[in-house]
Design a protein around this ligand. Structure first.
Ligand code: F6P
Length: 497
């Protein structure tokens, strides 16, 4: 990666692939920018980026690389894991996805069963691309089943047509309880609707890094699309986990999605830190964190199409970097703030009161799209209002307003970024996601966090087992080695209301 010293007058507008980032409202002066880039160099961010893309075990706790970039390496240049090029396997899965798209005929409903990283990426992409005017779509009903709560299952089963439904079970581990239980319930529904074993076997697909478990579940080998342990769950939409994108919008659109991400990877790998969008976005957050001790930040896309984006980002950021010890096991002073958000302008009519006048300073990433997302006669006028709201909010937050009435005073000095996408299509959606993935990874490097494991999600899963057993037994429980007194009391509230 090339590296050049900071220029004298640092700009606030950066761009790549016609995506523009404007950091002017961060209030970071040249001296501070220089110091931030120095910190990035001291944290070996450049070396980290190199290690990330060359398959070094950046996931040190699990001794694995994090090579989701290989999944969007459309040039097929070799990517080595333990001396073996992984690209032939990646390309083979692309070939199979394309083949499946060509024979995906007469399907009215797809039930995509998966949770967390096996859900958010494809769900966001399907939702976002559905908003793209004139997109070529098969128009299937795409049902995303994640929650173990049968309310979601019930709603889906009421709408889907069993004779023309295909089911895709998506789980990296294929051991996730929500996913396997939901999958069993959907198979039962197919049986209850008189689908025979052959028809069920033809309707069932799996995407997993645990092929034997999928086979054991009953998915035919030819219907299993593998991915690999070097792909983290929350980074997996680029693998066959993104199958719904290809099935609904075509394989070429899926490739466009990968191409957008690949373009950002290329930028991230080669641009000097001073021009590197993911790095600059990461440094903005680091600056506000040290200056204001911020505890949260918000992402507000002024695009209805991106309403799922903040939810996808919550897993990406907080599962990756929501940790309190570093790679070396030592406690850290700074790590991931809480991230929240939803689409603007709706968000303005909700929590923006607090963003403007609350006690906490909450930095914001505003995301805007140049082009309106419909061909309606109202599109231009509505889009102007959408954009003016976006720009006005940032200005109001930054400058504030003093009045004699404290109630009507806006303190200002509330930092934000503006990210402008030229349009929203598969390419720019892929680019947006990769931009934030690389930003999250950069923040991990800056904080010295392993951004690719998630040990914090395990304890709750373990503790749920004896609790479930107690609920199943239906008899009053007392505290024991796995259930404490408060939880025992709560279990009893469910058993004897
Ligand atoms: O519990 C957290 C988690 O492991 C996430 O990291 C992952 O995205 C999700 O569960 C689903 O896991 P899987 O794809 O193995 O079913």
């Amino acid at each position: 990666m090339s590296s050049k010293p900071p220029t004298e007058k640092l700009p606030s507008i950066f761009s790549t692939q016609d995506i523009v980032l404007d950091t002017a409202y961060q209030g970071i002066d040249n001296k501070n920018w220089k110091s931030l880039f120095r910190q990035a160099r001291e944290a070996n961010v450049e070396q980290f980026i190199e290690d990330l893309f060359t398959g070094k075990p950046v996931n040190n706790s699990e001794n694995r690389p994090a090579l989701h970039s290989a999944l969007r390496n459309l040039d097929k240049k070799p990517v080595l894991v333990n001396g073996k090029d992984v690209m032939p396997d990646v390309v083979e899965v692309w070939r199979r996805i394309e083949g499946l798209c060509n024979k995906w005929i007469g399907v009215t409903d797809v039930i995509h069963i998966g949770i967390g990283g096996s859900d958010f990426g494809p769900r966001l992409a399907i939702e976002a691309l559905a908003h793209v005017p004139d997109i070529d779509s098969r128009g299937m009903r795409m049902h995303f089943l994640a929650n173990i709560d049968t309310a979601e299952l019930n709603r889906i089963l009421q709408r889907a047509h069993p004779n023309s439904t295909r089911v895709i079970i998506v789980s990296k581990s294929f051991t996730t309880l929500e996913t396997t239980m939901n999958a069993r319930a959907v198979v039962k529904w197919l049986k209850d609707n008189k689908r025979n074993d052959v028809q069920i076997s033809q309707a069932l697909f799996a995407v997993t890094a645990n092929v034997p478990a999928a086979q054991e579940f009953g998915v035919a080998k030819d219907n299993i699309y593998p991915f690999w342990d070097w792909v983290g769950g929350r980074y997996s939409v680029w693998s066959a986990v993104g199958l719904p994108i290809a099935l609904q919008y075509g394989f070429d659109t899926f490739k466009e999605f990968l191409a957008g991400a690949q373009a950002i990877d290329q930028h991230f790998k080669t641009a000097p830190l001073e021009e590197n969008l993911p790095v600059i976005m990461a440094l903005c957050l680091l600056y506000q964190q040290k200056k204001h001790q911020i505890k949260s930040y918000a992402v507000i896309p002024y695009a209805d199409a991106l309403d799922w984006f903040p939810k996808w980002l919550q897993q990406l950021d907080m599962e990756s970097n929501g940790k309190s010890v570093g790679r070396d096991g030592m406690p850290m002073k700074y790590s991931c703030p809480v991230v929240f958000g939803s689409s603007g302008s709706n968000a303005q009519h909700s929590y923006f009161q607090l963003l403007h006048q609350g006690l906490e300073i909450i930095p914001i990433d505003f995301i805007a799209i140049r082009e309106p997302m419909s061909h309606l006669s109202e599109a231009k006028a509505h889009h102007r209002i959408l954009l003016s709201n976006c720009l006005a909010q940032a200005q109001a937050l930054a400058n504030g307003k003093k009045t004699d009435n404290p109630n009507n005073t806006y303190p200002g000095k509330r930092p934000s970024n503006l990210l402008i996408l030229p349009k929203l299509n598969a390419f720019y959606l892929g680019a947006l996601l990769a931009l934030y993935e690389n930003r999250t990874a950069t923040l991990g490097a800056l904080w010295n966090i392993n951004s690719f494991d998630q040990p914090g999600v395990e304890l709750g899963k373990v503790l749920a087992k004896p609790i479930e057993a107690a609920l199943n037994k239906g008899e009053a429980v007392e505290a024991n080695e796995s259930i404490d007194a408060i939880t025992a009391q709560r279990i009893n509230l469910f058993i004897n209301p």
